[in-house]
Write a protein that binds this ligand. Structure first.
Ligand SMILES: *Cc1c(COP(=O)(O)O)cnc(C)c1O
Length: 371
């Protein structure tokens, strides 16, 4: 075709490969002709307990109100978050999932003359959000499959604007403790000030044991270059509604909100998030289930002689060898887990901690395959 008439794509857009999501249950049912009831999905780090009754109740109650636009400022949700986490209202940004926040951050601070830093084996969205702006990425080798903060600090270039850190990390489940994070923030702030922003992506922090959890929101006061992201998709069980938020310095927040789509968080998501924050019992149950079942899965891997990475989230990365073939065998038995070859981990599978019976089903299937 006449090149004047063909699709024009910037090179950096051409370079993007699509995000690979966990396979939906319905898709597997169609492809392998398996009854949905016999399928177990342990692929997207969703909460196996589902969602709090309080949430389904408010959604039912308010659903007839969806003809109205949502509150574009998300006042009620931000108000509750501000009180719960003891942060200024003006420091909160709401997102259509925290993925939306990561996109807003890259849109606000990256351009074709800048770079972003993230670790090898870190969340796929960092790469996507960086590529979509035409910015350069600097991928730093991991240490024991986790973020190597010293190496990340040493990788900062004059054009570096952002450093993404998932803590706990997905897909590997590793965690960097408070002391190391603070030391890193001190170093970056001292040498680069506001010119290099650090994004602490804490999608799994609700799953941390009390002795490891730290209040990173309180660090915003000391580090005006810090952005902390959280989500309602994981422990709160609202993945399908899409709500996340960030806390950052007011100036940063102001610019994020200029980029933000005015109605990015829908009305049901806003009320659901509020209701979920009121159900501590549900969160407690989710944490406990995760802790107990994770140990069970570790033990099964040990019995099978499989290497795994100790995880601080609601999933475990396990080395199975030929992951592509083992994944296929699992699918045939009705088990959906997450291959991570796109993360350069072709021998590994990521398994979300599910309900006890789902985990048993997975362990039995895997044992049979490896026999
Ligand atoms: C799941 C996840 C997110 C975002 O999920 P949303 O559903 O968009 O809130 C962000 N970061 C990490 C590391 C995740 O694993």
């Amino acid at each position: 075709m006449d090149s004047k008439k063909s699709l024009y794509l910037p090179d950096y857009i051409k370079a993007i490969s699509p995000y690979q999501a966990g396979k939906p249950i319905e898709e597997l049912a169609r492809e392998f002709d398996i009854d949905i009831k016999n399928i177990v999905k342990l692929a997207s780090n969703e909460n196996p307990l589902g969602v709090s009754r309080r949430v389904t109740n408010v959604i039912e109650k308010y659903s007839s109100g969806i003809f109205r636009y949502p509150d574009s400022n998300g006042f009620n949700l931000k108000d509750i978050l501000a009180k719960k986490y003891n942060v200024p209202f003006e420091s909160i940004t709401l997102g259509n999932g925290s993925n939306d926040i990561l996109e807003m951050i890259s849109m606000t601070f990256l351009d074709r003359n800048s770079s972003a830093i993230y670790s090898e084996y870190s969340f796929a969205v960092y790469k996507l959000a960086t590529q979509a702006r035409g910015a350069r990425h600097i991928i730093v080798p991991s240490v024991n499959y986790g973020n190597n903060l010293d190496a990340m600090f040493n990788s900062i270039e004059p054009d570096t604007r952002l450093i993404f850190i998932a803590n706990p990390n997905n897909p590997t489940g590793t965690f960097v403790d408070k002391e190391k994070i603070i030391n890193f923030l001190d170093n970056v702030w001292e040498k680069y000030g506001k010119s290099v922003l650090v994004i602490l992506d804490e999608a799994y922090s609700e799953y941390l044991d009390d002795d490891l959890y730290f209040d990173s929101f309180s660090l915003i006061k000391h580090y005006p270059n810090l952005i902390v992201c959280r989500t309602f998709s994981k422990a709160y069980g609202l993945a399908g509604l899409r709500v996340g938020f960030s806390v950052a310095d007011k100036d940063i927040t102001d610019f994020l909100n200029r980029i933000r789509q005015p109605f990015n968080v829908n009305s049901l998501a806003q009320i659901a998030a509020i209701a979920s924050l009121e159900d501590d019992e549900f969160l407690k149950k989710s944490r406990l289930l995760n802790k107990v079942e994770k140990k069970k899965i570790y033990k099964a891997f040990e019995i099978l002689g499989l290497e795994y990475i100790k995880s601080y989230g609601n999933f475990v990365l396990v080395r199975v060898g030929d992951a592509r073939s083992i994944n296929y065998s699992l699918l045939r038995l009705g088990v959906i887990v997450r291959p991570v070859d796109s993360y350069d981990l072709p021998e590994w599978l990521r398994v979300t901690i599910g309900l006890p019976e789902d985990n048993d089903f997975f362990i039995k299937a895997l044992s049979e395959i490896l026999k």
